[in-house]
Design a protein around this ligand. Structure first.
Ligand SMILES: Cc1cc2nc3c(=O)[nH]c(=O)nc-3n(C[C@H](O)[C@H](O)[C@H](O)COP(=O)(O)OP(=O)(O)OC[C@H]3O[C@@H](n4cnc5c(N)ncnc54)[C@H](O)[C@@H]3O)c2cc1C
Length: 285
C-alpha cells in the first residue's frame, strides 16, 4: 500500500516543530529516521495530516559526556551508539544491544528518540534506558520536563509524551565502577525483533548479587523494571540456577500473554533461560 496524503514540514528549529505539533495535535506526527513511521504510514496504521521532519535540527544531535552523565541527542542514530568511543567506555550495554537491532541499513537511519517514542515492548533500546535509569527530556511550548525512562512507557506505541512534545535528549547517568551489564536475547533470525530478551545492570560483591535492575523485552506488554526478579536476585550467588522460584518471580513480572507464534509459557521459559545465561557470564568486581 501507499501512504495516505499528508502535508510535510521540514522544521527549521525545535520551536517551529513544537509549534506545529501544538497547532495540529493528534493530526501531526514527528519524522525522525522514518524506519517505523514510514512503514506505519504505508500500512495506514497512522494517517497524520502533517508530518514534521526533525532531521535537520542540530540541537537534537550529538553525544556529550557532562556532569557524570552521557547526554544523547534524540537524533542519535543507532549506528552512532555502536561506533562512539564514549558509549563503549561508559555504556557498553548500548553497544551490545544495538548490535541486535535490525540490520545495518536500518541502524544507519533509525534514531534513539524514534525507538523510544515508538515504544515497542520488543525493542532493545527502551529496555536498556530503563535498566540504566535514564531520563528523557521532553520539550513543548510550556517548556521542558524530564521523565524517568521507567515512567515513560505505557504500552505498545503508548508513552507519557504529550501530542505537543518532542523528545529532545536522553540523559544517562554514568554507572559506577561496581556495575556490570547483562544482555541477552533470542530472535528467530538475526536482526528480527526478539521473541524474548533482557537488559540489566548488576552489582556483584565477590560472587553475590547485591543489587540489580532487570528489564525484559519481546515477552512483555510494556517496557518496565522487573522488580520481583530484581528482589529475588538480591544476595543470590552466581552461577544462578534455573530454579522454580526464579521462574515464578520472572513470570509475575512479565505477566505474559499468548501472541501469534509464541505462547505465554514459551515467553516465560525463554526469559528465565536468558536471565541465567546473561547473568552467569558476569564477572565480579
Ligand atoms: C525491518 C525492520 C526491523 C527492525 N528491527 C528492530 C529490532 O530488532 N529492534 C528494534 O528495537 N527496532 C527495530 N526496528 C525499528 C528501528 O529500530 C527504528 O529505527 C525505530 O523503531 C524508530 O526510529 P526512527 O528514528 O526510525 O523513528 P521514526 O520511524 O521516524 O518514528 C517512530 C515514532 O516515533 C516518533 N518520534 C520519532 N522521533 C521523535 C522525537 N524526537 N520526539 C517525538 N516523537 C518522535 C514518530 O512520530 C513515530 O511515531 C526495525 C525496523 C525495521 C524497518
Amino acid at each position: 500500500m501507499k501512504a495516505p496524503d499528508f502535508r510535510y514540514l521540514k522544521a527549521a528549529s525545535v520551536d517551529e516543530a513544537i509549534a506545529a505539533l501544538d497547532r495540529h495535535r493528534d493530526e501531526a506526527m514527528v519524522l525522525a529516521g522514518g524506519q517505523s513511521l514510514l512503514s506505519g504510514l504505508n500500512m495506514r496504521l497512522s494517517q497524520p495530516q502533517l508530518v514534521v521532519d526533525i532531521n535537520g535540527l542540530s540541537e537534537l544531535k550529538g553525544i556529550r559526556v557532562e556532569d557524570n552523565h552521557v547526554r544523547l541527542g534524540a537524533l542519535t542514530r543507532h549506528v552512532e551508539l555502536q561506533n562512539t568511543p564514549e558509549i563503549a567506555e561508559h555504556l557498553p550495554l548500548l553497544v551490545e544491544a544495538v548490535g541486535n537491532v535490525a540490520h545495518m541499513a536500518i541502524r544507519n537511519r533509525g534514531t534513539l528518540g524514534g525507538s523510544l517514542c515508538n515504544a515497542d515492548p520488543a525493542a532493545e533500546l527502551p529496555a536498556c534506558m530503563v535498566a540504566l535509569g535514564a531520563k528523557l527530556v521532553l520539550a513543548s511550548p510550556e517548556g521542558q520536563r524530564e521523565v524517568l525512562a521507567e515512567e515513560f512507557f505505557f504500552g505498545l506505541f503508548e508513552t507519557a509524551r504529550a501530542e505537543n512534545e518532542i523528545l529532545t535528549e536522553v540523559r544517562v547517568p554514568i554507572p559506577g565502577p561496581d556495575i556490570r551489564f547483562a544482555f541477552a536475547e533470542v530472535a528467530r533470525r538475526h536482526g528480527d525483533f526478539p521473541m524474548a530478551g533482557l537488559a540489566a545492570t548488576v552489582s556483584i560483591n565477590d560472587v553475590s548479587i547485591t543489587k540489580s535492575r532487570v528489564v525484559y523485552f519481546g515477552c512483555t506488554d510494556r517496557t518496565k523494571p522487573a522488580a520481583r526478579t530484581a528482589a529475588f536476585l538480591e544476595r543470590l550467588k552466581l552461577p544462578l540456577e534455573l530454579s522454580s522460584d526464579l521462574k515464578a518471580a520472572i513470570e509475575a513480572d512479565l505477566e505474559a500473554s499468548d501472541s501469534p507464534g509464541c505462547r505465554a509459557d514459551t515467553k516465560n521459559h525463554l526469559a528465565a533461560v536468558l536471565t541465567c545465561r546473561a547473568l552467569n557470564k558476569l564477572k565480579p568486581v
